[in-house]
Design a protein around this ligand. Structure first.
Ligand code: GDP
Ligand code: MN
Length: 394
């Protein structure tokens, strides 16, 4: 789950990282008010504010979603323009307003989950501000990689080593502390990615006017591990439904595991292992599954009906294969769900049903009475579904 810059910044602040202040605005007039507060602050070195689109895509700057304003009128005008934008297909519903920083140098620093080594890994570069993929392609030597230790994390000596390798110069202490803080943030929220680009050296002014440089997180991108969200229920509120496929939202509401694929045979199965086996057998019978769908244990009729809506929501689906192994899940409950679902469905698609296990006989009676096509074995069911998808009556 991706979260917005402003939300990621809040998490960074709560883990003690240096982030310049900001406010979030949903309307141009809110942006104007926020800009007024920042511009009135004599510590604002540039006399400007930065207004940034809050959308879950990279490269907002290039797309015109990050702009500077010199007074409240301009701030309101720019906020109105950004709030009317769509960036890479996503609507901008909020903007972040912050005092514009005077940037001296831009670095890149992130922590990612490196699946190959099963460790968290730092990626750092003195060539920040641009996309790291571009740096990797053009100047691969400008990127530094360093793994965290699974037990020790990033001890002080390792943090210093990383800071020197990246080349923070006189800011090495701040750089080392930020690296430790990013790892702490990563672990505290079960993130997959915490990326600061730019991690910037900014010039600010003390009360007496003397300039000071600080290393601060000017941008923040964070991805949370969906599978760990149950450990952080408060983070669920940060989910942005604009970025999600409606079928994913519906699947989550009914506690279904649904992954869309490219084929034309919709599969409804209980249990992840059985769902994979079912997909394999569809393939062996010469067909292509349209999805992976695990309705889970103990599914009731309403969940079955929701699963059917998800499958039928895919216009490519030409046949449906239902394969249920009744354990905790009762076959007759699933059969009733299928009968309800078929009565409601807007589109008629041939369906082949195999239900074995708990209450299979009751299920068979119900399905027969409702004239469903049934199959006794999984091979038979797969063959019938493939034939049906090709236009033969199952
Ligand atoms: P992204 O394009 O989505 O990664 O958004 P960023 O927040 O990284 O902003 C893009 C670029 O805008 C940064 O690399 C900076 O060069 C510039 N920028 C962002 N915030 C400020 C700021 O406060 N002051 C100045 N002068 N430039 C900024
Ligand atoms: Mn950025």
């Amino acid at each position: 789950m991706k979260i917005h810059e402003a939300d990621a910044k809040s998490l960074l602040v709560s883990q003690g990282l240096p982030v310049p202040q900001w406010e979030v605005a949903r309307t141009p007039s809110q942006a104007r008010a926020a800009a007024g507060r920042f511009l009135a602050n004599p510590a604002n070195a540039t006399g400007k504010v930065v207004i940034k689109a809050q959308v879950l895509v990279g490269g907002r700057g290039k797309a015109g979603g990050v702009r500077l304003a010199g007074d409240v009128d301009e701030a309101e005008e720019i906020a109105a323009q950004i709030l009317a934008m769509e960036i890479k297909g996503l609507p901008v519903r909020r903007v972040l307003v912050a005092p514009a920083a005077e940037i001296v140098k831009e670095y890149y620093l992130s922590v990612v989950l490196d699946r190959a080594t099963k460790r968290l890994m730092f990626i750092g570069s003195a060539e920040g501000g641009v996309e790291i993929e571009q740096v990797a392609a053009e100047q691969p030597d400008a990127i530094v990689y360093q793994h965290a230790d699974p037990l020790l994390g990033l001890p002080d000596y390792a943090a210093r080593e990383l800071a020197f390798k990246i080349g923070f110069g006189t800011h090495w202490k701040a750089g080392a502390a930020i690296a430790k803080g990013l790892l702490k943030t990563m672990l505290a929220y079960d993130a997959d990615l915490v990326e600061i680009n730019p991690l910037a050296v900014t010039r600010e002014h003390n009360a007496d006017g003397t300039p000071v440089e600080r290393l601060v997180c000017l941008d923040a991108k964070m991805t949370l591990d969906d599978s760990a969200l149950a450990r952080h229920p408060e983070l669920e509120a940060l989910r942005d439904l604009d970025t999600e496929d409606p079928s994913d939202i519906e699947a989550r509401r009914y506690d279904l595991t649904f992954i869309k694929l490219d084929g034309d045979i919709g599969c409804m199965v209980n249990g992840a292992g059985l769902a994979m086996t079912t997909m394999d057998l569809v393939k062996r019978a010469g067909g292509e599954p349209a999805n992976f769908l695990d309705i889970g244990g103990g599914a009731k009729a309403d969940r079955v009906a929701a699963a059917m809506r998800l499958i039928l929501g895919d216009p490519n689906v030409k046949a449906i294969l239902v394969n249920i192994f009744g354990g905790i899940t009762r076959g007759d409950e699933v059969a009733r769900g299928l009968i309800d679902a078929r009565a409601q469905q807007a589109r008629s698609v041939p369906m082949v049903v195999r239900i074995v296990g708990t209450n299979a006989e009751e299920a068979a009676e119900l399905l027969q009475a409702a004239s469903f096509v049934t199959a006794k074995t999984l091979d038979d069911a797969a063959a019938k579904a493939v034939a049906a998808a090709r236009g033969a009556a199952p």
